[in-house]
Write a protein that binds this ligand. Structure first.
Ligand SMILES: [Zn+2]
Length: 304
């Protein structure tokens, strides 16, 4: 489904966060990305599960680029008023991710805002060093500000016993659920997606090529996986949050789905033209699969 007008999502409160530090940025010459030269496109992936294996950057659609590794998505949304990065991949992948960004002709200091999907080391282990290299403002959900600034996950997290933490992140600012990040004419809306982790967010924005506009959705993980002690059937668990996240995602207008682990949506194959990039049912199908896995897990916990 392609359309020209930004959809109104079914989210109760929408707060516009204007990033004032970027308001005059076009005057200081922010460079938009350009296709990397073939020489800067090193590898096909040996393993699509490898979080750290480098792969070349790819245009997703319009001014949105894939700058992640073979196994972990990192997304650059370029705007003339300052660029936005979503996630960072693990610390070990930092150099590869930064090289990808640089190979698009983008200056790291033109990344003004960093967003994240959820607070696990495979997605944000490199965020502290990326923040340092860019000087960007990091926006985090209010309920995980302490986790982000300390680098320590806590027991609310289903995988707490198995998480390795990450370097503490500087320049973190909180936002309310359902916020829209507004940078010039680009609006990036948060989709609250707790469940896999307490601070999960999906993000959606629109990109156009010529006159064809598409809704891009970077959905958070919906995996109900945990360490050995956590129970999704416990009264204070994230089960309801995960269920609501699935419902919310299923209702989100969605043409191009991006997932943090590309294999969950065949992302690199789709970006390489081996499979269709757009599918208006992709988010709904991904949401349904997540909800079914949770139901399955809850049934198994009751049987134990
Ligand atoms: Zn995770």
């Amino acid at each position: 489904m392609n359309f020209q007008i930004r959809p109104l999502l079914l989210i109760t409160s929408i707060v516009i966060l204007s990033l004032t530090q970027t308001a005059n940025a076009s005057r200081i010459g922010i460079k938009m990305p350009s296709e990397p030269k073939p020489a800067s496109a090193p590898t096909a992936c040996k393993s699509l599960d490898d979080w750290n294996e480098p792969t070349h950057p790819r245009r997703i659609y319009g001014n949105t680029w894939y700058v992640g590794t073979c196994g972990i998505s990192v997304v650059l949304i370029a705007t003339p008023n300052g660029h936005v990065l979503i996630d960072s991949a693990p610390e070990k992948a930092s150099v590869a991710v930064r090289q990808n960004i640089l190979s698009l002709g983008v200056k790291l200091s033109d990344i003004k805002t960093i967003l994240l999907t959820h607070e696990h080391h495979d997605h944000i282990g490199g965020l502290a060093s990326m923040q340092k290299a860019t000087g960007a403002k990091v926006l985090g959900r209010n309920n995980i500000l302490e986790v982000l600034t300390s680098g320590k996950n806590d027991r609310r997290d289903p995988q707490f016993d198995e998480l390795s933490g990450f370097s503490p992140i500087a320049n973190v600012h909180g936002f309310d659920d359902g916020s829209t990040i507004s940078i010039g004419t680009t609006q990036i809306q948060q989709i609250p997606m707790a469940g896999h982790a307490p601070g999960g967010s999906g993000w959606t924005w629109q990109e156009c090529e010529k006159k064809v506009c598409k809704n891009i959705v970077f959905a958070d993980s919906l995996g109900s996986i945990s360490d050995n002690t956590y129970l999704y059937s416990a009264p204070d668990s994230l089960a309801n949050a995960l269920k609501e996240s699935s419902e919310r995602l299923a209702k989100t207008p969605c043409d191009i789905l991006i997932t943090g682990h590309g294999t969950a949506s065949d992302l690199l194959s789709r970006l390489d033209g081996e499979k269709p990039l757009s599918d208006e049912h992709a988010c709904a199908n991904y949401a349904k699969a997540g909800a079914l896995r949770l139901e399955d897990r809850l049934k198994k916990e009751v049987k134990k």
